[in-house]
Ligand binder design. Sequence first.
Ligand code: ADP
Length: 253
Amino acid sequence: MPEFVEIRTEPEEAKPELDVSFELLDLDLLKPHEELDPNELEAFIESVTSSGIFWKAALVSKEGYVILDGHHRWAGLKKLNAKVMPCILLDYVNNPEVKVYTWYPFIVGSLNHLIDVLKNIKEIDIIYESSKDIIIEKVENMEAAFGLIHSDSNKDFILIVGDEDPYDLQKIIIKHLIDDQRIQLGYIDTIKGAEELLAQRKAVAYFVRRAPKKKEIVERASKGKVYPPKTTRHSLPFVPRKIHVPLDKLLNP
Ligand code: ADP
């Protein structure tokens, strides 16, 4: 079972399906840019080993061979001792067709408990701030790792700051949230969607964060550093058509 829910408010179904050519790229050539979720990894391994077919090519940047979409497929194939993965190579950094957004973590549970958890994380400080616009501005300027927006009108919103790199701070915070039994963590694709979750009382709070820029993603991955899970959400104007590659061909190319 995945330990978080993922909510997509912008449906992929609206996009045209296209045949896109792919290449079998050496797994060791590819560079991840995000941490993995162990449960997602198991789900992929189960799927590919039971069917024996690999059907969804990963998206990889031509600049630096960075995995844009396909971290769990890559790690799963590695675990199965495969040598190569089907990849769609994309012009990335200067290609306006490839867009990068982020996922917004949201919380189901008690807001007071969440704030207590945050207060106990030694690497961060929390600053109260009443203006949502200022929160978003500070997050966009990388002056804060996260902004916390909630639905309790008696409390100010919160900015989360610290000395480390904002994305490293996010990693620390998310790890604490995952480890806490009383908090359920989910991810949603838009702030508008997150606001609706609060209005419908389906969540008590959500975190705003800045989506990294493409150049930063390539640079970070090239240095062997990764972002927290689900930091980036890459979007193409089309959905690549399913492929049909026997797993055997990836194990013994
Ligand atoms: P990734 O980081 O690889 O995108 P996700 O956790 O988002 O990992 O999801 C795993 C992906 O693997 C999903 O997009 C799922 O559709 C895909 N998948 C599942 N089974 C297979 C398979 N047999 N071949 C190729 N892709 C698969």
